[in-house]
Design a binder for this molecule. Sequence first.
Ligand code: FES
Length: 250
Amino acid sequence: MQQSSSLRQQASFGTTTRKDAWWVEPVLVGLGFAAFIIYATFRAFENNYFEIGPYLSPFYSPKFNFDWWHMSPAFLILWIPAGFRATCYYYRKAYYRAYFADPPACAVGHFGGEKYCGETTFPLVLQNLHRYFFYLATIVLAVLWYDTVKAFFFNGAFGVSIVNLIMLANVILLSGYSFGCHACRHLVGGKLNCFSANACTKSQFKIWHWVTRLNEHHMLWAWLSLFSVGFTDFYIRQVACGAFPELQFF
Ligand code: FES
């Protein structure tokens, strides 16, 4: 009885026996997400400076131009990467801690009483849509690769510039993030009972192994790709509005 009352006390918000600065990570994560969301929202509403020469901002790709759509075309696209990241297993942990403090960190008393019942009820049950966002995000990623290859050609001639190198780094980082996804790992081999059954399952094992290596550093890929996609848009915007030079090497 004494033990259960002490456990209850420990569960009150912020209570912990941890001596380290456990609050630093959720604070930094919260600030990082907020900065990106504010910037992406501003750019989506700005609806300008997203294309110059062969360069197209990832926030506006694929490029849609429908007569019936009168808002920024970025809104037709951004819900896909936003949904993909919002339902990502890593991001869920990060923003549950940073914004809901439920719990704020391991072994720290959480906020919101004992009502949390997992992701089995609305709205958190929608997190199960993650695999479908993965399929959609893979299509968007393929288009971003196409944009990047196109960005290396100026009136049919191959050329290298600071912008197309930034775009290349961005799609590599986005690929590392997307193909390290838990849903991708399950898709390529997670449902198999035996990897050595035949040539096909042996090939699946190799792919599953590559995906697993990316998956082991999923958090790092998530942050690097979040930064790179924002920075790529920012750089293209600055070049498009004349604030930065294009810096074409050849
Ligand atoms: S688990 Fe993070 S992208 Fe799928």
